[in-house]
Design a protein around this ligand. Structure first.
Ligand code: SF4
Length: 334
């Protein structure tokens, strides 16, 4: 497609090849760039970008977008991806990909139709389309939660899926998210990650704090049946598989239980070994960092850990969502 985007447009869509080329003209070596004054400015903006991705409410028309030089704004996008990649935290990667996709989609909404078409074409979608080939559609929608996206709920005719007005915009957003997720984690040299460690720590602390606030006080009665079953199994001395221990520990850690608290649960086992348990729990919990995310329901099913399912399980696809749902229910019941 024969369109040239100006710099102000490129900063809205930093994932485009043209945007990357602009940033690359100013950044030859990442090491040197990080040591330079413009590099510090871009790094600070990159940190703000990741922190904005953690926020519940998204704001896209910020001062920074207006005041930074376009090449630095785009470099900050690249550095934000470096930061989350170095963190090794899948949730941070997912949050950033979602944020960038929503940001681009926000700008696209009010964009000139020619630019809309160009951006959509760059990611392999036809803007304004009212149908999509089934093969493209099924590749794109697996992570879209609303049941209306399921193929069985769609109007399919001669190998194409009919799209309602506005749905193509949602699919464009999803396509951007999927592209970004597929590209991360980036392979970042260890020396760069070490250099960025203080900022990564700051971001990880923010993420941890936000997670704890989100889950609030721990309520064992709100635990999903799979996690309760694991705790029950431990208490009766059953031997848990490694994945069983992993699922339980990562779940308890994510909802804010301290390492001591988790160890106390393991201490209910008749053959409890303090040293070994502390080592495993600290490893899974990330030693005070962000740690691992517990497995989703489909993964729990594959591992044979989805047990005692109940009616509320049908409404969730992650044990953490089950826990959130129960806490909300209990709060509403007073
Ligand atoms: S459906 Fe999910 S929350 Fe419910 S028991 Fe299975 S894994 Fe746990």
């Amino acid at each position: 497609m024969d369109i040239v985007l100006d710099h102000k447009e490129l900063i809205k869509y930093p994932f485009l090849k043209e945007s990357q080329q602009l940033a690359r003209r100013h950044v030859e070596s990442l090491e040197e760039f990080l040591s330079s004054a413009p590099g510090s400015v871009a790094l600070k903006r990159a940190k703000d970008r990741v922190i904005a991705a953690l926020a519940k409410k998204r704001e896209f028309l910020d001062e920074n977008t207006q005041s930074l030089k376009p090449e630095l704004e785009i470099a900050s996008y690249a550095l934000a991806r470096v930061l989350v990649s170095c963190s090794g935290n899948r949730s941070l990667i997912e949050r950033l990909a979602r944020y960038e996709a929503e940001r681009a989609s926000f700008f696209l909404e009010t964009e000139d139709p020619e630019i809309q078409r160009f951006v959509a074409w760059s990611i392999g979608i036809s803007a304004g389309a009212t149908t999509m080939p089934v093969t493209d559609y099924v590749e794109l929608v697996p992570h879209m939660r609303d049941p209306r996206w399921r193929l069985v709920n769609r109007d399919v005719h001669q190998g194409t899926v009919h799209l309602e007005p506005g749905e193509i915009d949602e699919l464009i957003r999803e396509r951007i998210r999927v592209i970004l997720i597929d590209q991360m984690p980036l392979r970042v040299p260890a020396g760069i990650c070490e250099r960025l460690e203080p900022i990564i720590q700051e971001i990880s602390a923010r993420y941890q704090q936000q997670t704890l606030e989100q889950f609030g006080e721990i309520q064992e009665e709100a635990f999903p049946p799979c996690i309760s079953a694991l705790i029950q199994a431990i208490s009766t001395g059953a031997n848990l598989t490694h994945m069983g221990r992993f699922a339980m520990t990562s779940f308890l850690h994510t909802i804010g239980m301290s390492i001591t608290g988790i160890t106390e649960i393991f201490a209910r086992a008749p053959d409890f070994d303090l040293e070994k348990t502390m080592y495993q729990v600290e490893h899974i919990s990330g030693g005070g960092g962000t740690g691992y995310t517990p497995p989703s329901c489909p993964t729990m099913r594959t591992l044979g850990l989805c047990v005692n399912r109940n009616k509320d399980c049908e409404r969730v696809n992650h044990p953490l969502n089950y826990y959130r749902l129960q806490k909300t229910k209990k709060r509403k019941q007073g």
